[in-house]
Design a protein around this ligand. Structure first.
Ligand code: WT7
Length: 646
């Protein structure tokens, strides 16, 4: 047995009303492996299919071809919305909208309201010219209309590509171009912590580089925007006379549902593609078991719909389960550091799901922000996006949860569609810092750098050996890249890019990325993207970017920059380059450190030795390893000096 001190027992209260006890988990997990098809056929019965699938799984990781429920037809919008109305639950609250300002207007939508709004949006998209299979870019604030736009696309069979509202015009242009999206849904402006985000103006700048046939604009703040004749349309105008009927398009289970761009270790962001049937089953099932959802509960996931967490656990997971989802437009520290807790108390939130970076930031502000609110409605706390350090875990458990409710630490990725490794609230005791056990059907495997399987307690590279319904099917327009990225390092296995330890109790501890991807405040970023942004600047010759440990963000962005001949380094230039990266990618990519250096450490063949740069960024000078292959070992001493001086 392992060290007892690391265990935190699940409270007895977690068992009351649970849909999965420890015994049930063991039994179901075993059967999900032994007879995967039967297991998923049964879970899929919760979906309302137009044509029930007769085939369940049909996949191979070598060659890579993944299909689930391939002869089934369904519509995920029907499952998320209409089905509940038809079952007589139209009055149930689907979405509670809490605006940026605590004085703003709370809007509540029943399932019948959502159905009406989604139909209006769907018919407006059709009127604009959107047809089945078209890609629709959604660049929206965190308002219900963002979710309606996603559901409206799903309803008519269009493929949505949601872009986080914090991304820059260049990032929008790149994504619109990559998936050849002719249509954009946006708003005049977004609001975050009383600041306005010029969404429409950003779209206008993006459309100087790429073209679109139509832009639908939601009036949200009422701010001034310019409208281009023939291309831009106000949503309230175009939607005024559309019909209030719109059938849900029957979709094949393997028809694309959405594209979501995510960063990798090389090149530009990839358009990860999810299809309809498998994703519907996966989000429905994971939401139900992992959050142990009970009818009538208020579920709050603080993510943005621009990330996969928002797709799966604000929109598709909760709504398919007929749950009440809270959607929050604002930020945790506006108007004060108690906003999350104020909202939890105000709406009597039962399940709260957020990211470690937010927990760490709020922890630093002091317990009094939490203590002034009545959090007795909370039944379950969740964490997602990056490893949670045990200190933050304990604070979340003690100060927020008053040690009376479980925490689930859910490990997953954009590519996995939904949670993969997590404890279940009533089935498992917890270990702070460990995600816990694999969900049904998930077969993790740890391998060494040569791909050999490591058994029992071990540390290695985390792979998944068996497909699961929510798995991404391809990279939009580039299946070869999909294969290269996920299936070529360890042929025949899906490689997650994460390092991981499995302990003697079979609990998984994610240790972070083992590739050139960094995780900044739970946002995934390719160091290559930041490097390409930097070298676009005329004064920059070369750049190498690494992550370094950051108290709040988890990882910060450390940039080594060499300048063009004759350019002097200065604080002004440093500030200018930070601004430059913000403009190229977006504020989330703002460098924390810019380290000017006359040279980067390179091998004789010219390859940058990132391992050394990572160590220096981490302030670990004693363990630089072998530097003898460097073309000029003197570079390293200069870099260490430079690091010490900041
Ligand atoms: C990467 C995926 C999952 C949706 C949000 C992020 C890291 C995610 C955890 C966790 C440790 C985690 C991994 C993963 N990650 N959740 N609970 N514990 N690490 O999705 O942007 O696709 O990023 O986030 O490194 O590979 P994403």
């Amino acid at each position: 047995m392992s060290d007892q001190s690391e265990w935190v027992q699940r409270p007895a209260s977690a068992l009351k009303g649970t849909n999965c006890t420890a015994e049930q988990y063991e039994k179901m997990y075993a059967s999900s492996l032994q007879d995967s098809d039967a297991f998923w056929a049964k879970q899929a019965e919760r979906i309302d299919w137009f044509q029930k699938p007769s085939k369940i799984a049909n996949w191979s990781f070598d060659p890579v071809d993944i299909k689930w429920f391939e002869d089934g037809t369904l519509n995920i919008c029907h499952n998320a919305v209409d089905r509940h109305v038809e079952a007589g639950n139209g009055d149930r609250t689907a979405i509670i909208f809490e605006p940026d300002s605590p004085d703003g207007e709370v809007r509540t939508f029943s399932y019948a309201d959502v159905q009406r709004e989604v139909i209006r949006m769907a018919n407006t998209l059709k009127k604009l010219g959107v047809a089945k299979g078209d890609r629709v870019t959604i660049y929206m604030p965190m308002v219900p209309e963002g979710a309606f736009a996603m559901l409206a696309c799903a309803r008519i069979g269009a493929i949505h590509s949601v872009i986080f509202g914090g991304f820059s015009p260049d990032a929008i242009a790149g994504r619109v171009d990559d998936c050849e999206s002719d249509w954009i849904v946006t708003a005049d402006e977004g609001l975050r912590g009383s600041k306005t985000i010029p969404l429409k103006a950003n779209v206008d700048s993006a459309l100087e580089k790429v073209s679109a046939k139509g832009v639908l604009v939601l009036r949200h703040t009422g701010g001034d925007v310019s409208m281009t004749d023939g291309r831009d349309h106000w949503y309230h105008e175009l939607s005024a006379e559309v019909s209030d009927e719109c059938l849900c398009e029957p979709m094949n289970a393997e028809d694309p549902l959405f594209i979501l761009y995510t960063s990798g270790s090389t090149g530009k962001p990839k358009g990860v593609l999810h299809t309809t049937g498998g994703y519907a089953v996966w989000t429905e099932t994971t939401f139900r078991y992992i959050f142990d959802y009970r009818d009538g509960e208020v579920f709050w996931c603080t993510a943005d719909i621009g990330w996969v967490t928002g797709h799966s656990y604000i929109v598709y997971g909760p709504l398919q389960n007929g749950a009440t989802a809270l959607m929050f437009e604002g930020v945790p520290n506006y108007p004060d550091h108690d906003r999350f807790w104020q909202v939890c108390a105000k709406h009597k939130v039962n399940i709260f799901y957020t990211a470690p970076t937010a927990i760490r930031a709020l922890m630093r502000e002091g317990d009094h922000h939490v203590e002034k609110h009545d959090l007795s409605s909370l039944r379950l706390l969740g964490s997602v996006g990056e490893p949670i350090n045990p200190e933050a875990w304990r604070w979340y458990h003690e100060t927020v949860g008053k040690e009376r409710i479980p925490i689930i630490d859910t490990w997953w990725q954009t590519e996995t569609g939904g949670c993969m490794i997590t404890t279940l609230p009533a089935a498992h005791d917890m270990k702070p810092g460990s995600a816990g056990k694999p969900f049904f059907g998930v077969q993790p495997q740890l391998v060494d750098n040569e791909g050999a399987e490591l058994e029992g307690a071990a540390s290695g590279n985390l792979c998944i050996t068996h497909s699961w319904p929510g798995q991404a099917r391809t990279v939009y327009g580039d299946h070869e890249r999909f294969i290269q990225t996920y299936f070529s390092t360890y042929p025949g296995k899906y490689f997650t890019g994460d390092g991981c330890r499995r302990d003697e109790d079979g609990y998984y501890w994610i240790t972070g990325r083992v590739d050139d991807v960094i995780n900044v405040s739970g946002h995934r970023m390719g160091t290559a993207e930041v490097e390409s942004a930097l070298v676009l600047h005329p004064k920059v010759s070369e750049a190498a970017v690494v992550g370094f440990p950051h108290d709040i963000k988890g990882q910060g962005i450390y940039c080594y920059v060499t300048l063009m001949d004759g350019v002097e380094e200065s604080d002004e230039l440093s500030a200018e380059l930070r601004q430059w990266v913000r403009k190229e990618i977006g504020p989330i990519a703002t460098p924390d450190h810019l380290h000017f250096t006359p040279a980067l450490p390179k091998t004789r063949s010219g390859k940058i030795m990132r391992r050394i740069l990572r160590k220096i960024g981490e302030n670990e000078f004693g363990s630089l390893g072998d530097t003898s292959t460097l073309a000029d070992p003197g570079v390293v001493d200069a870099l260490i000096e430079g690091r010490k001086n900041r």
